[in-house]
Design a protein around this ligand. Structure first.
Ligand SMILES: Nc1ncnc2c1ncn2[C@@H]1O[C@H](COP(=O)(O)OP(=O)(O)OP(=O)(O)O)[C@@H](O)[C@H]1O
Ligand SMILES: [Mg+2]
Length: 615
């Protein structure tokens, strides 16, 4: 987990990181260039206004010569219009750019998330991914569109103003800019502290959000375990910390602002004092004097802006870094270029080049471990003929799901190989296998949408008739028709409005709609009622026909008709044979079966008991 906690970034500004990000959004370079051009133009207009005043003062007021006033007024108005247009243009452009940047990052991220392998999701909390794609992407968009704007405008106006001042009067320019270094120093210093405090607040904030998340998601568990008091105490500590951090942040801002204002007043004072003298000595005109006063006031803002913006970039750096980490993650399971060239990829599949699949599967000395864990399989060997129905049973954690995950190529063997129709499946593409494969995972996932959408998910061009036929095949048709709107019923987020048995039946329909050659069912451990169980049982029997199939079974009644039952224990095949053979052997399977049978019997008796009494 530690990699995924909100990290502290006291690092310096990392320009190369931002260049990488700008690379991702380079499709929008037109908007970026427009932004730069508009900000330089705006800085130009800002710097010209005081010069206009200078002209007005020196010509119209001091000399009293009103000739050319109309032209001047027209020019002034023109400048006002230009400035207004530039402001309008940049607001539109930056707003636009912000949306586009956020969209682009999310698009690239979404695509990446589809490509990444199962193993990525094993070690990466979903919440972490969500924050990258929501708040971090937003923050990057914000910084690039708005802070970048200020970053261009600030230096542009400082340079223009400084040049103008030096041209008008170098000595007075130096006086006006005397407090500059002090201001810059103070700004950067305080911005740094404020950044740190701000981070503290954000960190607390994200902890509080996390606590809320846990609180909401775990509400049921909390209630059943009577943990409310303890949780509340933890929450109180968090919000207390948040308050302290917020107050600290406010205090620093409260000190910084008066310092800046005082320094600004000192600069203006210096100009008034020195400039006044120079006016009296006739070294400069009244107009020039006014320009300096205006500039001395004007130049303070951009300095603060630059300090603020740089610290914003620095603070958004964490977001940028985390987002880039995600965008640059390479999936563990990739098709080589040669294979992708022949088979195509998920965006551009070339099914015409795909060899037909029979469904003969061989594990050859397969060893496997998850990234984090110890060896789950070691030197595992197994041959399954096309069309064979295999059941995997065994205690929890034995490695049953792992075996079927390997068949589906959600993971690849750490060593050894898996052959399909005699060829290592890594020599063929992932889509080739997956389009010939139907699977119902241990925890079947439904997408929000209608029942029909969910069944059609595996074959988007399936007609309504095909969808219904699939539902009929797995005996799901009747219960679906009993739902409020039949096939058009919304299943809710994650299928939350359906029972787990119903979810399974719908996943069956989804799994077989594309008529796969290989079928994998990782039976849910959760208990379902006998009626649904009977339906699932019936569905399974139908679904398995003519396909190589694997059932990871928890209810052993489901698998009596399988060709071969493998008892898995600690990643090895402990027993193997048909139901009859294994029962006769009186080994592990016999024990499992009779225990479960006894349990069911006693459950049935227990359920029957009250009824008897009632009679
Ligand atoms: N994604 C994962 N990351 C790390 N270790 C895992 C992962 N999935 C499973 N394991 C570990 O691998 C071993 C085999 O797990 P597997 O899920 O294959 O068991 P199973 O036989 O399917 O159990 P169950 O009957 O409970 O579904 C277990 O020790 C488990 O802790
Ligand atoms: Mg499992």
């Amino acid at each position: 987990m530690s990699n995924f906690e909100e990290q502290d970034y006291t690092k310096q500004l990392d320009v190369s990181l931002w260049i990488k990000l700008f690379n991702i959004i380079k499709a929008y370079r037109k908007e970026l260039f427009l932004l730069i051009a508009l900000m330089v133009l705006l800085a130009g207009a800002d710097a010209v206004f005081p010069l206009m005043s200078k002209y007005a003062i020196d010509t119209f007021i001091v000399k009293g010569d009103m000739g050319g006033f109309a032209l001047f007024a027209a020019g002034y108005m023109g400048l006002v219009v230009v400035q207004a247009l530039v402001i309008y243009g940049f607001l539109m452009n930056s707003g636009n750019l912000e949306c586009k940047v956020v969209h682009q990052i999310r698009k690239v991220g979404f695509k990446k998330l589809q490509e990444l392998s199962f193993s990525y999701y094993d070690n990466t909390p979903v919440g972490w991914i969500m924050s990258r794609m929501t708040s971090d992407a937003q923050r990057i968009g914000d910084v690039i569109a708005w802070s970048f704007t200020d970053l261009i405008w600030g230096p542009a106006i400082i340079i223009l103003v400084a040049i103008n001042m030096f041209i008008l009067d170098a000595k007075l320019a130096i006086a006006a800019m005397l407090v500059f270094p002090l201001l810059a120093l103070a700004s950067f210093h305080f911005q740094r502290i404020m950044l740190k405090n701000h981070r503290e607040v954000r960190k607390m904030n994200s902890k509080i959000t996390g606590a809320y998340n846990e609180g909401i998601n775990g509400a049921r568990t909390t209630k059943t375990l009577v943990r409310e008091d303890k949780n509340f105490e933890e929450f109180e500590n968090l919000s207390g910390g948040m308050r302290k951090a917020s107050i600290k942040a406010a205090t620093v801002s409260a000190i910084y602002l008066p310092i800046v204002i005082s320094l600004g007043s000192i600069a203006v004072g210096l100009v008034l004092w020195q400039g006044g003298g120079r006016v009296r000595l006739n070294l400069i005109t009244y107009g020039t004097y006014s320009v300096f006063i205006a500039y001395a006031m004007q130049i303070f803002e951009p300095i603060q802006q630059i300090a603020r913006v740089l610290s914003e970039f620095q603070s958004a750096q964490a977001s940028a870094e985390r987002t880039l980490t995600l965008l640059e993650t390479e999936p563990d399971i990739v098709d080589s270029e040669e294979i992708a060239a022949i088979y195509g990829d998920s965006v551009n599949p070339k099914p015409e080049n795909w060899p037909a699949i029979n469904g003969d599967i061989t594990f050859e000395n397969v060893s496997f471990n998850y990234k984090t864990g110890e060896k789950v399989l070691e030197d595992f060997n197994l041959h399954i003929q096309a069309g064979e129905k295999i059941a995997l049973v065994g205690e929890t954690g034995a490695g049953k799901s792992t075996i079927v995950n390997l068949i589906c190529r959600f993971y690849e063997p750490s060593s050894g190989s898996i052959l399909i129709d005699g060829v290592d499946y890594r020599k063929r593409s992932q889509i080739w296998l997956q389009s010939n494969l139907g699977y119902v995972l241990q925890s079947p996932h439904l997408f929000s949408g209608t029942v029909a959408d969910n069944i059609r998910y595996a074959k988007l061009d399936a007609t309504d008739e095909e969808v219904e036929a699939a539902a009929r095949t797995v005996s799901a048709y009747d219960f679906i028709m009993e739902l409020e709107k039949g096939f058009d019923t919304q299943v809710g987020e994650g299928g939350g409005r359906l029972s787990s048995g119903q979810k399974q039946l719908i996943s069956f329909a989804r799994a077989i709609i594309a008529d796969p050659k290989i079928f994998v069912l990782d039976e849910a451990t959760s208990s379902i009622d006998t009626e649904t169980e009977r339906m699932i049982q019936k569905a399974v029997d139908i679904v398995l026909k003519g396909r190589t199939s694997f059932i990871v079974a928890h209810r052993l009644s489901t698998i009596r008709s399988c060709d071969r039952i493998l008892v898995i224990s600690e990643g090895r095949i402990k027993e193997s044979g048909s139901h009859r053979q294994l029962m006769r052997r009186r080994g592990e399977y016999f024990n499992l079966y009779t225990n479960q049978f006894k349990e069911e019997q006693s459950n049935r008796l227990l359920q029957a008991e009250p009824e008897k009494k009632a009679l």
